[in-house]
Design a protein around this ligand. Structure first.
Ligand code: SIN
Length: 170
């Protein structure tokens, strides 16, 4: 039997699969909420001017929807490298329409070196409009995330509010 794991994606993993997977399913994790509070010194910014990307924050009464991928163990090498800027593998039960499965997500914890935390909307907008990294413009990350969530039928008020504000300001 193959040694496989479900990985729960809540941001770029939803729309950018540069890794092999056996199966993909929509799912959610309870007690977490998505926020654009993680710094990106590599993909969407630079060490001197980090961009703003997503992490999940513990929030007892909330639910974070995303997409889960069943992968072989060997794929973690690639994912660990892709998510290296402050994210750590974190065990989490993933809820599917068919029931719950143990899984892993990449958590940018509040104590990691790249964590930015909340900021005033105007400041977040200015940062997102300005920043760019090796994977492209920070604004494209936020717009892709908002688009991917809408396509899945997910309403995320935080991501929607930031996405609308950057489009107004552009
Ligand atoms: C994820 O997508 O689950 C992790 C955060 C990211 O790479 O944007």
């Amino acid at each position: 039997m193959r040694d496989t794991t479900w990985v729960f994606g809540y941001a770029s993993l939803i729309w950018k699969q540069d890794f092999p997977f056996i199966e993909a399913r929509d799912g959610f994790i309870d007690g977490w909420t998505r926020r654009l509070w993680q710094g990106s010194h590599d993909h969407r910014g630079t060490p001197d001017d980090p961009g703003r990307v997503a992490t999940i924050i513990e929030s007892p009464n909330e639910r974070c929807y995303g997409r889960a991928f069943l992968i072989e163990q060997s794929v973690f090498e690639h994912l660990d490298h892709r998510e290296k800027n402050g994210y750590e593998r974190f065990n989490v039960p993933i809820q599917f329409a068919t029931g719950s499965s143990p899984g892993i997500t990449y958590l940018g914890g509040t104590n990691n070196h790249a964590f930015l935390g909340p900021a005033a909307m105007d400041d977040m907008v200015a940062q997102i409009l300005r920043c760019e990294g090796e994977s492209g413009r920070n604004i494209d990350y936020v717009l892709e995330l908002a688009h991917a969530l809408r396509q899945m039928g997910v309403t995320d008020t935080h991501v929607e509010a930031v996405s609308e504000a950057i489009q107004h300001a552009e």
